[in-house]
Design a protein around this ligand. Structure first.
Ligand code: GRF
Length: 196
């Protein structure tokens, strides 16, 4: 299955996919795209021999034009799955509709709790004892699509946002890779797909 990854930052989540033993077996990463040029995620892709591209909002008149351009660039690679791995933009209908049911996002909190760009900070501020990460299908909302899998992470008394986020990311990398492999397997063997 052809997997296209979108990332906006350091790309440690992307790196877990690039390092997965399932890469090149159940699925392959056909390209890595970003909304920002020069982010480390693009370097990680290049080092792994994966094609990269950037579609930056600043280059377009408005967000719908960016959505359309990003969808067109992604479509060029004919992905079976689009994976948002630390992609920090909200995707609008032109993109969501183009890849409906096959765009996966990972969020560093137990949705529906703490959606949005500061899920780790919000969970810590709320004083939860357990948080975690969620992998879900992307729909037109923000962090609202059908949940595919989740993993719990305990909050430690001396945690700050960085330490808690690092601990979540360790679990999140495993969770996302597992879900991508499962979806790829289901796409390859539709007859054996268990009813959800
Ligand atoms: C991940 O925890 C992701 O869920 C969140 O930001 C982090 C991305 O980290 N949106 P990285 O860029 O993959 O290192």
């Amino acid at each position: 299955v052809r997997v296209l990854v979108l990332a906006s930052g350091s790309g440690s989540t992307l790196q877990a996919l690039l390092d997965s033993p399932d890469r090149g077996v159940l699925w392959q990463v056909v390209a890595v795209g970003s909304d920002k040029p020069g982010v480390t995620a693009l370097d990680r892709a290049a080092r792994a021999g994966v094609e990269t591209f950037t579609v930056a909002p600043a280059d377009f008149a408005d967000r719908p034009a960016w959505d359309v351009a990003l969808a067109a660039e992604v479509a060029r690679y004919e992905p079976g799955l689009v994976v948002l791995a630390g992609f920090m933009r909200i995707l609008g209908a032109p993109f969501v509709d183009a890849f409906a049911g096959r765009t996966v996002n990972t969020h560093p909190a137990l949705l529906p709790s703490f959606p949005g760009a500061h899920g780790v900070r919000d969970a810590l501020a709320h004083g939860v004892k357990v948080t975690g990460c969620t992998v879900h299908l992307v729909d037109a909302g923000v962090d609202t699509g059908p949940i595919l899998d989740q993993a719990a992470v305990r909050v430690l008394p001396d945690d700050d946002e960085a330490s808690l986020h690092e601990r979540i990311k360790t679990v999140e990398r495993e969770l996302l890779t597992h879900v991508v492999s499962r979806l790829a397997h289901e796409l390859t063997h539709p007859e054996r797909t268990a009813p959800r």
